[in-house]
Write a new protein. Structure first.
Length: 279
């Protein structure tokens, strides 16, 4: 999970010899992170490549540890899930992403959506739906601009409970996207019965898409599947013009990836929007 900037530290490879000690350290530090304002959200633009207009942004958690610097969500989300800390953290993410969306709409970007990742662990909470509802009321956003991202593996960990809550989320007017589509272990049949709006093509399939026949075939098939089922499709991890051309030739125009932008702090996101959408 080493970022190109090289600023991410690796908790599990530090001087502390014992993995479990490291894990206990991380758990305690994460408790304090929420209280001490060490968490923030970065937003990665999602762009319509036909018009070059921003259509939305995915909220991605960042943890700036006081001595260790930026810690990757790939390292701390699993700890947050195991300890249950993902519940208060996930609520904080949703509230702040909705507040940010409200602000973006007030700034005139009234068609932008914000995507928020929900953990399967949050679906085990009885008050998930009332929690989401109260955030919708508190922030006053139009629900159709809030997109919830769930991976297939999260959906199928506790299928009946999750499906019921997905239907309630959908009934609130919120959109649901399947994240990392194509990497789970589920059959495709669920796409018929589950309240899904969008498939996000996993970024692993973008690798060598011009020369890797398997990745090209999988990506094309997901796009066609989405089109035939009347679902939206977003390609993630698009880094090069060649990948973009491939996708556009298949009529996939919703793009998220370094080709357009890395995840950005709020002010940088607002500048990025102004550059794409001069007023
Ligand atoms: P994800 O939901 O699949 O998010 C997309 C990840 O791909 C992000 O990593 C993003 O920075 C990265 N990415 C996007 N475009 C490109 C590209 O063109 N090239 C490359 N190499 N990478 C790209 P990030 O921010 O490190 O997040 C990692 C994972 O952590 C997320 O994967 C998600 O599973 C989890 N995560 C992040 N924020 C949250 C959150 O608020 N709640 C929960 N439950 N999970 C989160
Ligand atoms: Ca995601
Ligand atoms: Ca993803
Ligand atoms: Ca602006």
């Amino acid at each position: 999970s080493k970022e190109k900037s090289g600023t991410y530290h690796h908790f599990f490879k530090s001087e502390m010899s014992d993995w479990s000690m490291e894990s206990i350290y991380l758990e305690n530090a994460l408790y304090k992170a929420l209280e001490n304002d060490e968490l923030s959200l970065h937003y990665q633009p999602q762009v319509d490549s036909k018009t070059n207009r921003i259509i939305g942004a995915e909220a991605l958690l960042r943890w700036n540890h006081p001595t260790r610097g930026m810690v990757s969500p790939i390292e701390f989300i699993p700890v947050a899930e195991e300890t249950g800390l993902i519940v208060p953290i996930g609520k904080w993410v949703l509230l702040n992403a909705c507040k940010q969306l409200k602000k973006l709409h007030a700034q005139g970007n009234s068609n932008m959506s914000v995507s928020v990742n929900l953990s399967g662990r949050q679906f085990e909470e009885d008050d998930l739906i009332p929690m989401i509802e109260s955030i919708l009321v508190e922030t006053g956003i139009a629900p159709e601009f809030l997109h919830i991202e769930l991976t297939e593996n999260q959906i199928f960990k506790n299928t009946h409970v999750t499906l019921e809550k997905m239907r309630e989320i959908k009934a609130l007017g919120i959109k649901i996207a399947v994240d990392d589509f194509g990497t789970g272990y589920s059959s495709l049949g669920y796409l018929k019965n589950f309240p899904i709006d969008t498939l996000k093509i996993d970024r692993s399939f973008m690798f060598d898409i011009l020369t890797d026949k398997d990745n090209a075939a999988i990506t094309s098939t997901i796009i066609t599947l989405a089109q035939n089922l009347n679902l939206n499709v977003i390609a993630e991890g698009v880094e090069t013009a060649e990948q973009l051309e491939f996708l556009m030739a298949k009529n996939c125009f919703n793009i998220q990836g370094y080709y357009y932008s890395k995840p950005l702090p709020v002010e940088a996101l607002e500048n990025y929007i102004d550059i794409l959408t001069p007023k």
